[in-house]
Write a protein that binds this ligand. Structure first.
Ligand code: ZN
Ligand code: ZN
Length: 204
């Protein structure tokens, strides 16, 4: 599921990307894996022709149970940036980690998709922090994780106060979100071990 106020447009760094059409404040939940996202089970993934899998793997991401998820409502078009304005560390939804201006591209960090082992991509995000070669192994790097954690926790301090267009679906699907609404803001308190790679609705 993808929050409102985001549109698909031509991107400076990729063919297309997601752009805010209105200001999105820090703490807003931007997307989450949901039951309306397209999903292929581990067995279905194994049976896919190689070319079909390669095409799906560009936009989809693997979940911890081996299934492949293609986020709905165009959320799969979110591009990578090494200074992403959306992160999901410790959460089963992506949250805006700073205010996003109208017209700004909405980006996440592909290294957070830690179940996609062995995956890598050359990055041209032009950020001063660009890591140039992005790998899913970086998602386990303690320095990177610690930075993400600080960003996510500062976002969570705003999450209970801002308008949350995804409120209904998150209340139903996300225990971390329910904890945030109770005023919890540290990942120790909020995180259940669920992540965008291991959402609660997926089979264990
Ligand atoms: Zn969805
Ligand atoms: Zn980069």
């Amino acid at each position: 599921m993808l929050t409102k106020g985001i549109d698909v447009r031509a991107s400076r760094t990729h063919n297309v990307g997601l752009f805010a059409t209105e200001p999105i404040p820090i703490g807003t939940a931007i997307w989450n894996p949901c039951v309306k996202c397209s999903r292929w089970s581990k067995e279905e993934v194994a049976a896919l022709p190689e070319a079909r899998f390669a095409a799906l793997d560009i936009y989809g991401h693997l979940l911890s149970d081996g299934s492949l998820l293609l986020p709905c409502l165009g959320a799969y078009l979110m591009n990578h940036s090494c200074e992403a304005n959306v992160l999901d560390t410790g959460l089963d939804f992506g949250v805006a980690v700073r205010d996003i201006a109208a017209g700004e591209e909405v980006t996440c960090d592909y290294a957070t998709f830690t179940e996609d082992g062995g995956w890598s991509m050359e990055c041209r995000c032009h950020s001063p922090r660009c890591r140039h070669l992005i790998t899913t192994e970086q998602g386990g790097d303690l320095m990177i994780r610690s930075r993400w954690r600080g960003q996510v926790e500062s976002a969570l301090r705003h999450a209970a106060e801002v308008d949350q267009p995804l409120h209904d679906v998150l209340v139903e699907l996300s225990e971390p979100y329910r904890r945030v609404l109770k005023g919890m803001t540290s990942l120790e308190q909020v995180s259940t071990g669920a992540s965008v790679c291991a959402p609660a609705f997926a089979s264990p």
